[in-house]
Design a protein around this ligand. Structure first.
Ligand code: URA
Length: 234
């Protein structure tokens, strides 16, 4: 791959800006100052520095994030910080996509990846990847079994749709654990509002069999191994 294209993909500037940086002697490859921005490099093997800092490149980067409340799942937002603002710089430079979204007040497991095919497999309703949510309500949800019957909700555009019944794992006191494979706008909140029990707090604890790493504090991320990624689909 061309050095300038690779650096530009990693958000070091436009091709023009990178050409200028190279001319100014700010880029080295394997300890040699570079003279041509177009030189071919092997990102897996070559050691590249920019302004003296070694560039950290993670091919096929996939992250687990413990999303915190208050940040939005978007690349940019005029009002709020985004989950991308919480990423350490070496990861933020990669072109990461989100596997679905959580509302601003919702916490828990988010998966981010440079692999668009993986993202599609996680969020496509046809793939039936179940997401587990821990739902806190003010009162015990005595009518939870109503969710076994087809329920019609309105999507983000106000269009009615029949939800696929969730799997109800447990409902003890004011805490209910359910699994859903769809990801419609505010789906869990709308389901519980329909039962007359508005959600007080919502956390996503698992996607497939991959559970939120309890050692991750809110806002933190970790890289996922291939074995962990495979758990999503088991
Ligand atoms: N359901 C919701 O209502 N909100 C979320 O963020 C996720 C699922």
């Amino acid at each position: 791959m061309r050095l300038d294209k690779w650096l530009s993909n990693l958000k070091y500037g436009s091709r023009k800006q990178i050409e200028q940086a190279v001319k100014a002697g700010r880029v080295t490859v394997n300890q040699q100052t570079v003279s041509h921005a177009s030189m071919p490099i092997d990102p897996h093997r070559d050691v590249v520095t920019f302004d003296g800092e070694k560039i950290r490149f993670y091919p096929n980067l996939t992250l687990m994030m413990h999303k915190r409340a208050g940040v939005v799942c978007a690349h940019h937002d005029a009002q709020f910080n985004t989950i991308f603002d919480d990423l350490p710089e070496q990861y933020a430079r990669h072109d990461l996509h989100m596997a679905g979204r959580l509302d601003r007040d919702v916490t828990g497991l988010m998966i981010l990846s440079v692999d668009g095919t993986l993202i599609h497999k996680i969020i496509s309703p046809r793939k039936d990847v179940y997401k587990t949510y821990l739902v806190e309500t003010a009162e015990p949800v005595s009518n939870i079994t109503r969710l076994h019957a087809p329920l019609v909700l309105k999507d983000g555009r106000g269009k009615p749709y029949t939800i696929k019944p969730p799997k109800i794992i447990s409902s003890t006191g004011t805490t209910t654990i359910i699994k859903i494979s769809e990801g419609k706008h505010h789906q869990v909140k709308k389901m519980f509002a329909a039962l007359g029990h508005p959600v007080q707090k919502l956390t996503r604890t698992a996607i497939g069999a991959l559970t939120l790493d309890e050692t991750l504090s809110e806002g933190d991320v970790k890289r996922l191994t291939d074995a962990e990624i495979a758990q999503i689909f088991t």
